[in-house]
Structure formats: structure tokens, C-alpha cells
Design a protein around this ligand. Structure first.
Ligand code: GH3
Ligand code: MG
Ligand code: MG
Length: 346
């Protein structure tokens, strides 16, 4: 639906035609300024303009340049300036909002805020497009500067986050390394002591079963003597890998001493520990040790193991380890390549 300021196309032509016709009748020159007056007259607004023209026609007053200037300045230009003023008010509001947004989101914007605020208050009632654009540009530029510094702050934050991450990584790596045995990659003795204590506390607090298995390579001295220490080292790695592959995530495999390993099995009954140890024994004994590149055969190695269950009423790490060790000793004494459960009477 057409409104007063934007008439429908056909209506606008009617107004335009009537305006031209009126100008011809009144012998008014067809220049844009006059056309604006008579277009308004034909469209019926502003009403004051219509009234004044009607009165002049009635009184047969000539439409001189002065009269026309008066009509234009009084009724047309004023209306336009009101529109411009509305524009200025809107512009000021938009620019103020813009500034507020910049201040709100970018923080310390004293400079931009002050310069732009003073420009805004000095903004004329009828600001030109250039004036508005210049101030908007200044706000945007200020925001851009702040964004730039914001970006560098963000970049610094990202950089320091990366630094922290790599520090954390290094620390984690160092911690892991400090807990590991350099040859086999299993936990070292120090980490074993710590983890055993934790497992014992946990078992006691939560009434879980806990098993400790001690595993020792049989006649390893002889093996070293036959094939050399370096080959011996490789065999220790194979043994360690077999042990690690035989347990679950929460279990701990540690190198307890030279060719002796300890396995902590939380939440495991002694029977379960025996099964794990027996599995390890079999896996190692059934393996033929061969050198990959030369095909040299080193024969077999075997391990002996001792299995003990945690006794939460009386156990200390020493007593717990001692029972597992004694069971291992019995495996050795009764022929090696076997698994022995602790003596319940001990
Ligand atoms: P047993 O069956 O009674 O355990 O006999 P064993 O020879 O294995 O036991 P013993 O305690 O007499 O000797 C342990 C040997 O393990 C001595 C050493 O040559 C070897 N050994 C200990 N640590 C390492 C190591 O890091 N690398 C190598 N290659 N050998 C090691
Ligand atoms: Mg040994
Ligand atoms: Mg030994």
C-alpha cells in the first residue's frame, strides 16, 4: 500500500503530470526547485504549502521568484531538513552505539572514545554524508587498532599456551622417563616401590584383592657367559615385552633388579595371579631365541616365578615382597621354569 511519501507508481505520475500542468498554467519555470513545490502541491502536502498556493491562486498573486523561493524554503527545504535532521539524529545514535560497542568489546579505548565523543557532540544538525562517514571511519579505525592489539594479545596468549603445553609435555615426558627402566622400558625400582605402596593402600581402603608376582630369569649368568652381555640385554627386553603383553592396563610391570621383574596385579585373586604367571612362564619357555639378521640360535630361556597375595591385616611392602620372593626361591629350588604360590602358613 502506498503511503504519503512514497505514492504508488501510477499515482506518482498523476502527481507529476498535475504538477507540470499547474506550473504551465501559472507560468512557473519548470526547474527542479519549482517542480518540487508543485509536486508537493499536487500530492497535497505539506498542507500548509497547499493552503498557501491555493490562497495565492485565489488572490491571483503572481508566482514570482521571491514567492517561489519563499514557498520552497518554507515548506520544501524545511521538510527536507527535518528529514536530514532525523538522519543526523539517527546517525549520531548509530555512531554512539558503534562507539559503545567498540568500548565494550575492546576495553581500554580512552583515545578513540574521547576523540569520537567530541566529534559526535560537534556533529552539525545537518551533517553531510562525508562527516558521518569520517566519524564512522574513525571508530572503525580505532576498533581496528584495538583489534590488532587484541590479535597480538591473543597471539601472545596462544604462544604462551603453546609454551605451557610443551612445558607440560616435557614435564610429563621427564616424569615418565624418571619412572622407567632405561633398558626394558618397564617401571624402575623406585616407581615400583611407589606403585606397590599405592596399590596396597587402595586394596586396604577398598577391600580389593592384590597380587604380587616376582619373576626371575633362570641361569641367566650362564646365558650371558655363552652369548655375551649385549645379547643378554636383548633377551631381557624380550622378557619384559612378554610380561607387559601378558597384563592389563592397571597392572604394573617393573624391573626389580638385574634379571628380576615384579608384577603388581590389583583387583586380582591369588588364583588369577597364578594364571598370569603361568601364562608368562609358558610364553617365554616356548620361544626359540633367534637372531633376526644372522639367524643365529640362542636356544631357549626360562623363568621362575613366585606369587603372593596381599594380606591387608599385617602386610608391609617388605613382608609382601618377601613372601613373593620366597615363593620364587622355592620355584628355583624345585627345578626352575615353574610358578609357585606363597606358603599360606608363612
Ligand atoms: P638363577 O636361575 O638362580 O636365577 O641363576 P642366574 O644366573 O639367573 O642368577 P644369578 O643371580 O647368579 O645371576 C644373575 C645374572 O643376571 C648376573 C648377570 O650376568 C645377569 N644380569 C643382571 N642384570 C643384567 C643386565 O642388565 N643385562 C644382562 N645382559 N645381564 C644381566
Ligand atoms: Mg636369575
Ligand atoms: Mg636374580
Amino acid at each position: 500500500m502506498a503511503n504519503e511519501t512514497t505514492p504508488a507508481l501510477a499515482t506518482s505520475f498523476t502527481y507529476a503530470g498535475n504538477a507540470m500542468e499547474k506550473m504551465r498554467q501559472l507560468q512557473v519555470k519548470a526547474i527542479p526547485k519549482h517542480y518540487a513545490i508543485f509536486y508537493g502541491y499536487s500530492a497535497g502536502q505539506p498542507t500548509e504549502l497547499v493552503k498557501e498556493i491555493d490562497k495565492a491562486i485565489e488572490q491571483q498573486l503572481p508566482f514570482t521568484d521571491e514567492v517561489l523561493d519563499h514557498l520552497y524554503n518554507h515548506h520544501i527545504a524545511e521538510t527536507q531538513s527535518r528529514v536530514v535532521q532525523n538522519t543526523a539524529t539517527s546517525a549520531r545514535k548509530i555512531l554512539t552505539d558503534m562507539l559503545a560497542t567498540v568500548v565494550q568489546f575492546t576495553g581500554a579505548t580512552q583515545d578513540v572514545s574521547q576523540t569520537v565523543s567530541s566529534k559526535l557532540s560537534n556533529l552539525s544538525d545537518t551533517p553531510s554524508e562525508e562527516e558521518i562517514r569520517a566519524i564512522a571511519g574513525e571508530i572503525v579505525a580505532g576498533a581496528q587498532n584495538l583489534k590488532d592489539s587484541g590479535d597480538s594479545v591473543a597471539a601472545k596468549l596462544v604462544a604462551s599456551q603453546k609454551e605451557i603445553a610443551s612445558l607440560r609435555e616435557n614435564l610429563a615426558k621427564a616424569t615418565t622417563e624418571s619412572e622407567r627402566d632405561f633398558l626394558t622400558g618397564t617401571y624402575n625400582r623406585k616407581a615400583f616401590d611407589k606403585r606397590l605402596l599405592e596399590a596396597m593402600h587402595d586394596a586396604k581402603d577398598k577391600h580389593h584383592e592384590l597380587v604380587l608376582v616376582m619373576v626371575d630369569v633362570d641361569h641367566f649368568k650362564k646365558f650371558n657367559d655363552s652369548f655375551g652381555h649385549l645379547i643378554g640385554d636383548e633377551v631381557l627386553k624380550i622378557v619384559a615385552k612378554t610380561l607387559t603383553d601378558s597384563v592389563k592396563g592397571m597392572d604394573t610391570v617393573a624391573r626389580y633388579g638385574g634379571e628380576e621383574f615384579a608384577i603388581i596385579l590389583p583387583k586380582t585373586p591369588v588364583g588369577g595371579g597364578m594364571i598370569v604367571a603361568e601364562g608368562i612362564r609358558k610364553a617365554i619357555a616356548s620361544r626359540e631365541l633367534k637372531r633376526k639378521d644372522t639367524g643365529a640360535n640362542y636356544g631357549q630361556i626360562t623363568v621362575s616365578a613366585g606369587v603372593a597375595a596381599y594380606r591387608d591385616d599385617a602386610d608391609s611392602p617388605t613382608s609382601f615382597i618377601k613372601r613373593a620372593d620366597e615363593a620364587l626361591y622355592r620355584s628355583k629350588n624345585s627345578g626352575r621354569n615353574r610358578v609357585t604360590q606363597e606358603n599360606i602358613a608363612d
